[in-house]
Design a protein around this ligand. Sequence first.
Ligand code: SF4
Length: 226
Amino acid sequence: MRIAEIFHSVQGEGEFSGTPSVFVRTTGCNLRCWFCDTPYTSFKAEGLQRDWQDVLQEVLEFDCLHVVLTGGEPLLQPDLLPLAHALRQQRRIVTIETAGTVFRPVEADLMSISPKLSNSAPIGLNRWEQRHERDRNRPDVIRQMLQASPCQLKFVVDQPADLDEIVQYLRGFPEIAPNQVWLMPQGIRQEELAAKGVWLAPLAEQIGYRFCPRRHIEMYGNVRAT
Ligand code: SF4
Protein backbone atom coordinates (compact mmCIF):
# COMPACT_ATOMS: atom_id res chain seq x y z
CA MET A 1 0.00 0.00 0.00
CA ARG A 2 1.20 3.51 -0.77
CA ILE A 3 1.72 5.57 2.38
CA ALA A 4 2.22 9.34 2.61
CA GLU A 5 2.77 9.50 6.38
CA ILE A 6 2.15 7.81 9.73
CA PHE A 7 1.98 10.02 12.80
CA HIS A 8 0.46 10.50 16.24
CA SER A 9 -1.83 13.47 16.83
CA VAL A 10 -5.29 14.38 18.08
CA GLN A 11 -8.40 13.69 16.04
CA GLY A 12 -9.84 17.09 15.15
CA GLU A 13 -13.11 16.15 13.47
CA GLY A 14 -16.32 14.35 14.30
CA GLU A 15 -17.36 11.89 16.99
CA PHE A 16 -13.84 11.22 18.30
CA SER A 17 -12.76 14.86 18.22
CA GLY A 18 -10.11 15.46 20.89
CA THR A 19 -9.06 11.78 20.99
CA PRO A 20 -5.34 10.95 20.73
CA SER A 21 -4.93 8.80 17.62
CA VAL A 22 -2.38 7.34 15.24
CA PHE A 23 -3.01 8.45 11.67
CA VAL A 24 -2.10 6.32 8.68
CA ARG A 25 -2.36 8.53 5.62
CA THR A 26 -2.44 6.65 2.34
CA THR A 27 -1.59 8.47 -0.84
CA GLY A 28 -3.63 8.56 -4.05
CA CYS A 29 -7.13 9.91 -4.62
CA ASN A 30 -9.76 9.52 -7.33
CA LEU A 31 -11.03 13.10 -6.80
CA ARG A 32 -9.49 16.57 -7.05
CA CYS A 33 -11.38 18.88 -4.70
CA TRP A 34 -10.15 22.45 -5.12
CA PHE A 35 -9.94 22.87 -1.35
CA CYS A 36 -7.95 19.66 -0.74
CA ASP A 37 -5.88 20.14 2.42
CA THR A 38 -3.59 17.17 1.64
CA PRO A 39 -2.48 17.81 -1.98
CA TYR A 40 0.52 15.55 -1.37
CA THR A 41 -1.96 12.65 -1.45
CA SER A 42 -3.93 13.80 -4.52
CA PHE A 43 -2.67 16.57 -6.83
CA LYS A 44 1.00 15.68 -6.24
CA ALA A 45 0.84 12.24 -4.71
CA GLU A 46 3.89 11.39 -2.62
CA GLY A 47 4.85 8.33 -0.64
CA LEU A 48 6.37 4.88 -0.85
CA GLN A 49 4.84 1.45 -1.34
CA ARG A 50 4.92 -0.48 1.93
CA ASP A 51 3.76 -3.89 3.11
CA TRP A 52 0.68 -3.67 5.28
CA GLN A 53 2.41 -5.80 7.92
CA ASP A 54 5.17 -3.19 8.11
CA VAL A 55 2.57 -0.42 8.50
CA LEU A 56 0.83 -2.44 11.23
CA GLN A 57 4.07 -2.80 13.17
CA GLU A 58 4.77 0.93 13.04
CA VAL A 59 1.24 1.76 14.22
CA LEU A 60 1.38 -0.69 17.13
CA GLU A 61 4.63 0.86 18.35
CA PHE A 62 2.69 4.02 19.27
CA ASP A 63 0.67 2.04 21.84
CA CYS A 64 -2.41 4.16 21.10
CA LEU A 65 -6.00 2.86 21.27
CA HIS A 66 -7.41 4.85 18.34
CA VAL A 67 -6.18 4.47 14.77
CA VAL A 68 -7.40 6.59 11.85
CA LEU A 69 -6.95 5.27 8.31
CA THR A 70 -7.16 8.30 6.08
CA GLY A 71 -5.93 9.71 2.78
CA GLY A 72 -6.19 10.62 -0.01
CA GLU A 73 -8.80 7.97 -0.52
CA PRO A 74 -7.75 5.02 1.67
CA LEU A 75 -10.33 2.68 0.15
CA LEU A 76 -8.41 2.70 -3.13
CA GLN A 77 -5.83 0.52 -1.35
CA PRO A 78 -6.73 -3.19 -1.31
CA ASP A 79 -4.36 -3.79 1.61
CA LEU A 80 -6.55 -1.63 3.82
CA LEU A 81 -8.67 -4.74 4.44
CA PRO A 82 -6.02 -6.93 6.10
CA LEU A 83 -4.56 -3.89 7.89
CA ALA A 84 -7.92 -2.86 9.42
CA HIS A 85 -8.67 -6.46 10.37
CA ALA A 86 -5.28 -6.90 12.06
CA LEU A 87 -5.65 -3.61 13.94
CA ARG A 88 -9.02 -4.67 15.31
CA GLN A 89 -7.57 -8.05 16.27
CA GLN A 90 -5.09 -6.02 18.31
CA ARG A 91 -8.07 -4.27 19.98
CA ARG A 92 -7.49 -0.94 18.27
CA ILE A 93 -10.50 1.28 17.56
CA VAL A 94 -10.39 1.94 13.83
CA THR A 95 -11.84 4.97 12.05
CA ILE A 96 -11.73 5.11 8.26
CA GLU A 97 -11.98 8.55 6.66
CA THR A 98 -13.30 8.37 3.11
CA ALA A 99 -15.11 10.46 0.51
CA GLY A 100 -17.59 7.60 0.08
CA THR A 101 -16.94 6.84 -3.59
CA VAL A 102 -15.35 3.38 -3.32
CA PHE A 103 -16.75 0.41 -1.40
CA ARG A 104 -14.68 -2.38 0.09
CA PRO A 105 -15.90 -4.80 2.79
CA VAL A 106 -13.45 -3.42 5.34
CA GLU A 107 -13.80 -3.62 9.13
CA ALA A 108 -14.26 -0.28 10.89
CA ASP A 109 -15.55 0.91 14.23
CA LEU A 110 -16.47 4.20 12.57
CA MET A 111 -16.73 4.96 8.87
CA SER A 112 -16.27 8.71 8.60
CA ILE A 113 -17.70 9.68 5.23
CA SER A 114 -17.18 13.09 3.69
CA PRO A 115 -19.35 13.24 0.55
CA LYS A 116 -18.16 15.88 -1.86
CA LEU A 117 -20.71 18.47 -2.94
CA SER A 118 -20.82 20.51 -6.14
CA ASN A 119 -18.75 23.13 -4.27
CA SER A 120 -15.71 20.79 -4.45
CA ALA A 121 -15.21 20.97 -8.25
CA PRO A 122 -11.58 21.40 -9.32
CA ILE A 123 -10.69 24.76 -10.83
CA GLY A 124 -8.66 25.01 -14.04
CA LEU A 125 -7.96 21.27 -14.30
CA ASN A 126 -9.64 20.33 -17.58
CA ARG A 127 -8.51 16.74 -17.39
CA TRP A 128 -10.10 16.31 -13.95
CA GLU A 129 -13.27 18.40 -14.11
CA GLN A 130 -15.42 15.74 -15.80
CA ARG A 131 -13.89 12.86 -13.89
CA HIS A 132 -14.40 14.57 -10.53
CA GLU A 133 -18.01 15.41 -11.35
CA ARG A 134 -18.68 11.84 -12.54
CA ASP A 135 -17.17 10.16 -9.48
CA ARG A 136 -17.79 12.44 -6.50
CA ASN A 137 -21.40 11.45 -5.79
CA ARG A 138 -21.97 7.73 -5.18
CA PRO A 139 -25.11 7.28 -3.07
CA ASP A 140 -25.00 3.53 -3.83
CA VAL A 141 -21.58 3.29 -2.16
CA ILE A 142 -22.72 5.30 0.84
CA ARG A 143 -25.74 3.01 1.29
CA GLN A 144 -23.40 0.00 1.37
CA MET A 145 -21.24 1.73 3.97
CA LEU A 146 -24.24 2.58 6.13
CA GLN A 147 -25.19 -1.08 6.23
CA ALA A 148 -21.67 -2.33 6.91
CA SER A 149 -20.41 -0.08 9.76
CA PRO A 150 -21.36 2.68 12.20
CA CYS A 151 -21.08 5.88 10.16
CA GLN A 152 -20.84 9.64 10.45
CA LEU A 153 -21.17 12.06 7.56
CA LYS A 154 -19.04 15.20 7.41
CA PHE A 155 -19.70 17.96 4.91
CA VAL A 156 -17.30 20.76 3.99
CA VAL A 157 -19.27 24.02 3.93
CA ASP A 158 -17.83 27.00 2.10
CA GLN A 159 -20.87 29.29 1.94
CA PRO A 160 -24.29 29.42 3.60
CA ALA A 161 -25.90 28.42 0.27
CA ASP A 162 -24.18 25.02 0.54
CA LEU A 163 -26.63 24.11 3.30
CA ASP A 164 -29.49 23.78 0.79
CA GLU A 165 -27.55 21.16 -1.18
CA ILE A 166 -26.71 19.23 2.01
CA VAL A 167 -30.30 19.17 3.20
CA GLN A 168 -31.45 18.06 -0.25
CA TYR A 169 -28.73 15.39 -0.40
CA LEU A 170 -29.68 13.95 2.98
CA ARG A 171 -33.34 13.66 1.96
CA GLY A 172 -32.08 10.67 -0.04
CA PHE A 173 -30.86 9.03 3.18
CA PRO A 174 -33.74 9.02 5.69
CA GLU A 175 -31.88 6.37 7.71
CA ILE A 176 -29.20 8.91 8.68
CA ALA A 177 -30.02 10.60 11.99
CA PRO A 178 -29.25 14.34 12.24
CA ASN A 179 -26.73 13.69 15.02
CA GLN A 180 -24.66 11.60 12.58
CA VAL A 181 -24.18 14.68 10.40
CA TRP A 182 -21.30 17.10 10.97
CA LEU A 183 -20.80 20.43 9.21
CA MET A 184 -17.21 21.65 8.86
CA PRO A 185 -16.13 25.09 7.66
CA GLN A 186 -13.96 25.06 4.53
CA GLY A 187 -10.53 26.46 5.22
CA ILE A 188 -6.96 25.66 6.12
CA ARG A 189 -6.19 28.75 8.19
CA GLN A 190 -7.40 29.31 11.73
CA GLU A 191 -8.77 32.78 10.89
CA GLU A 192 -10.97 31.62 8.00
CA LEU A 193 -12.27 28.66 10.02
CA ALA A 194 -13.17 31.00 12.89
CA ALA A 195 -14.88 33.48 10.54
CA LYS A 196 -17.00 30.77 8.89
CA GLY A 197 -17.77 29.18 12.25
CA VAL A 198 -19.55 32.38 13.29
CA TRP A 199 -22.40 31.72 10.82
CA LEU A 200 -22.07 27.95 10.41
CA ALA A 201 -22.32 26.89 14.07
CA PRO A 202 -25.76 28.48 14.63
CA LEU A 203 -27.02 27.24 11.24
CA ALA A 204 -25.97 23.68 12.13
CA GLU A 205 -27.74 23.93 15.47
CA GLN A 206 -30.87 25.31 13.83
CA ILE A 207 -31.12 22.31 11.48
CA GLY A 208 -30.14 19.77 14.15
CA TYR A 209 -26.74 18.83 12.69
CA ARG A 210 -23.46 19.01 14.58
CA PHE A 211 -20.83 21.68 14.09
CA CYS A 212 -17.26 20.49 13.58
CA PRO A 213 -14.67 23.23 14.12
CA ARG A 214 -11.64 21.17 12.84
CA ARG A 215 -9.74 21.31 16.10
CA HIS A 216 -6.49 19.92 14.70
CA ILE A 217 -6.10 23.09 12.57
CA GLU A 218 -7.06 25.29 15.53
CA MET A 219 -4.43 23.53 17.63
CA TYR A 220 -1.59 22.98 15.19
CA GLY A 221 -2.39 24.88 11.99
CA ASN A 222 -2.43 23.11 8.61
CA VAL A 223 1.03 21.62 8.87
CA ARG A 224 2.26 18.21 7.80
CA ALA A 225 3.23 15.77 10.48
CA THR A 226 6.33 14.54 8.69
S1 SF4 B 1 -11.37 13.54 -1.62
FE1 SF4 B 1 -10.09 14.31 0.07
S2 SF4 B 1 -7.96 13.76 -0.49
FE2 SF4 B 1 -9.22 13.57 -2.35
S3 SF4 B 1 -8.98 15.55 -3.39
FE3 SF4 B 1 -10.86 15.65 -2.13
S4 SF4 B 1 -10.17 16.55 -0.18
FE4 SF4 B 1 -8.30 15.82 -1.27
